[in-house]
Design a binder for this molecule. Structure first.
Ligand SMILES: [Zn+2]
Length: 271
């Protein structure tokens, strides 16, 4: 989720949520290395170049470039919040299912917050929500990530997140390059084939434009608490989507919904 919210109904009591978090922590400790290795193999075998842009608690922070001359550049990031494993799992599935075969260039950051992911916590190991730090850049992971992004100017930014409090899929769009409502129609139809879109009229304190669609201005909700999406908008990336799958549902459904969202967006924009 892009920002914290105080007042929506929580699907879990504290005890159940903690048990789930403990379970995620066990699973993620086991899978973090395997995920990193698989993603690395898939990206490199497609010709992507890896850059280690930082290191935190023994975890390398990696960004990948797959640049094909004159093709639009799509930047995908995930793993910002360590209790949202559906994003990385969806990226892995997308890579296994031909994402890089598209006639596009890519920047990919598959694991922004490895210490949070290893612990199964939203925050990094220092206890900070990195997705509020893209203005001040106080966390080394964020600072190093911003440095990596400095000379990269994608045409489209996609970030994969999850939401503990929603019952359906939803997404944010930040658009400074021209409103295209037909794109929402196309994507919503494809996503709805695999997962219901969130029905709430107000999601994460934002009134939806249509079901499951938050059309967000290119400004942070809290002035100097920039998430990555606002940072990207400020550095002139004119179109971004943040996809949010509901953590309460089975992983295979969340992966299917995230994949449908990414693929329908890329299909609509680039064929
Ligand atoms: Zn998130």
């Amino acid at each position: 989720m892009i920002r914290s919210r105080p007042a929506r109904i929580n699907l879990f009591c504290c005890f159940c949520r903690q048990r789930l978090l403990n379970r995620i922590q066990e699973i993620m400790n086991y899978h973090l290395q395997s995920y990193t290795r698989k993603v690395d193999e898939l990206l490199r075998s497609a010709g992507a170049v890896c850059e280690v842009y930082g290191e935190v608690d023994g975890h390398k922070l990696k960004g990948y470039d797959l640049i094909r001359a004159d093709l639009p550049i799509v930047y995908i990031s995930t793993g910002m919040h360590g209790d949202e494993p559906g994003g990385p799992e969806a990226l892995l599935s997308l890579l296994e299912n031909g994402l890089l075969d598209r006639q596009l260039s890519f920047y990919i950051c598959p694991m922004l917050n490895p210490t949070g992911f290893a612990k199964g916590t939203r925050e990094n190991a220092s206890g900070n929500d990195m997705n509020r730090d893209y203005f001040h850049q106080l966390n080394p992971e964020v600072r190093d990530h911003v440095k990596w992004l400095e000379n990269r100017n994608p045409d489209l930014f996609i970030s994969l997140h999850e939401d503990w409090e929603s019952g359906g899929f939803y997404f944010y769009e930040i658009n400074t390059c021209g409103d295209i409502p037909e794109r929402y129609e196309f994507m919503a139809e494809k996503i709805a084939e695999v997962m219901v879109l969130e029905a709430e009229q107000v999601i994460d304190d934002h009134e939806v434009r249509r079901r499951g669609w938050i059309y967000h201005e290119a400004e942070a909700d809290v002035m100097d608490h920039w998430p990555e999406a606002i940072y990207m908008a400020k550095k002139d990336c004119t179109l971004s989507f943040t996809f949010e799958s509901p953590s309460a549902l089975a992983m295979r459904h969340r992966v299917a919904a995230q994949s449908a969202a990414v693929n329908s967006l890329l299909d609509f924009m680039y064929g």
